[in-house]
Design a protein around this ligand. Structure first.
Ligand SMILES: Cc1cc2nc3c(=O)[nH]c(=O)nc-3n(C[C@H](O)[C@H](O)[C@H](O)COP(=O)(O)OP(=O)(O)OC[C@H]3O[C@@H](n4cnc5c(N)ncnc54)[C@H](O)[C@@H]3O)c2cc1C
Length: 326
């Protein structure tokens, strides 16, 4: 029986979406391995209900450790202690900067094998095989672990958050000791790292703009469409326009930006370069507007519209507004 230990990050009383994806994926994999998915959370006074709620994403047990929140080393200490107890074949992280730091620290502590930027994991012969894009995402390498504990660190939002319909998870307190160096760092401020107020990772609908918008003011067209959709929609961008200073980096999707998986990804004036594709290819529905019928984006779109975005976007905005009003 191989259990999987998953790290869940929480902030202001909620578990972050990336971690929920990791818990869902860990629970699927543990099921296939014939084991259980256990989650570890670290913080000060974590509410019992918050921990137990992870049962809905497939966790059977949540280990709650008391310690300073949002820092890597205390989590490494707590996870090493939990793994010492035995029964864990793998530790899984949803990625993000903290996930990378904890996973790498844990690998060093345990002498374990680690794979970062994992985009898919499967079970084969009772073991996990991690898939990691390499060479600028143009090829996939498959990695098998030789160490007793294998560490899997996903690419940000690579794992989809799914509710499995499970009841509340059992919650246990985990006692552990902070290593002396774990107290060397103190959290001063916690918040959005890049300073912008765009929440593209949590959005259900993303309207993304590329160089085809022509000029910075072109973003008004995508903003108006996002506004017409209302609710949980936001504007995203390609690196080309971020580098040109047309839109903030916090909205950049792709290899050197964020990875997203909204219900709808509408790409306006985006060619569909591989470095952009890797950040949005898991979107449920991809709609692309491009004046070039041979644009690569059409190769992975569910719906392609060949035409001038300057004409199509305002019409689409009107149609969405009319639909909402009706
Ligand atoms: C190491 C590395 C990392 C990178 N990381 C990223 C990343 O994280 N994210 C990212 O996005 N890119 C990244 N890139 C850049 C990437 O290779 C592309 O250059 C970039 O994605 C192109 O952006 P774009 O689609 O906006 O522009 P373009 O490729 O210039 O495409 C513009 C598109 O708009 C269309 N168009 C023009 N006018 C109109 C109109 N009026 N109506 C409709 N369509 C129109 C054109 O036909 C064209 O297809 C990276 C590159 C490298 C080398």
């Amino acid at each position: 029986m191989t259990n999987i230990l998953i790290y869940a990050l929480h902030y202001e009383g909620a578990i972050n979406k990336n971690s929920l994806g990791a818990v869902s994926e860990g629970s699927r994999l543990a099921g296939e391995l014939g084991g259980e998915a256990h989650v570890i959370m670290l913080g000060e006074g974590i509410p019992q209900e918050l921990a137990a709620s992870l049962g809905a994403h497939g966790a059977s047990k949540v280990l709650v450790a008391e310690g300073p929140e949002g820092l890597a080393q205390p989590v490494v200490d707590a996870m090493a202690k939990a793994i010492e107890g035995g029964g864990y074949g793998y530790a899984l992280f949803g990625g993000g900067l903290l996930g990378f730091e904890i996973g790498a620290g844990l690998a060093a502590r345990l002498g374990a094998g680690v794979v970062m930027e994992v985009t898919a994991v499967r079970v084969e012969g009772g073991e996990l095989i991690a898939e990691r894009p390499i060479l600028g995402d143009s090829a996939i390498s498959e990695i098998k672990y030789r160490s007793p504990v294998g560490i899997v660190i996903g690419r940000l939002n690579a794992f989809e958050a799914r509710e499995s319909g499970g009841g509340p998870a059992a919650v246990e307190q985990l006692a552990f000791e902070l290593s002396p160096h774990a107290g060397q760092a103190t959290m001063l401020v916690r918040g959005e790292q890049r300073g912008a107020d765009v929440d593209i990772e949590g959005a259900d609908i993303l309207i993304a703009g590329g160089r085809g918008l022509g000029k910075p003011e072109g973003f008004t067209l995508v903003e108006e469409l996002a506004q017409a959709f209302g609710g949980n929609s936001a504007v995203a961008a390609t690196r080309a326009v971020v580098d040109a200073g047309w839109y903030p980096y916090a909205a950049q999707i792709g290899q050197t930006g964020k990875t997203v998986a909204p219900k709808l990804y509408l790409a306006a004036g985006i060619s569909g370069a591989i470095q952009h594709k890797v950040g949005m290819q898991s979107s449920e529905n991809i709609v692309a507007i491009n004046k070039d019928a041979n644009a690569p984006i059409f190769e992975f779109s569910d719906l392609g519209i060949v035409g001038d975005l300057n004409k199509i976007l305002p019409k689409l905005t009107e149609a969405v507004k009319a639909r909402k009003a009706g």
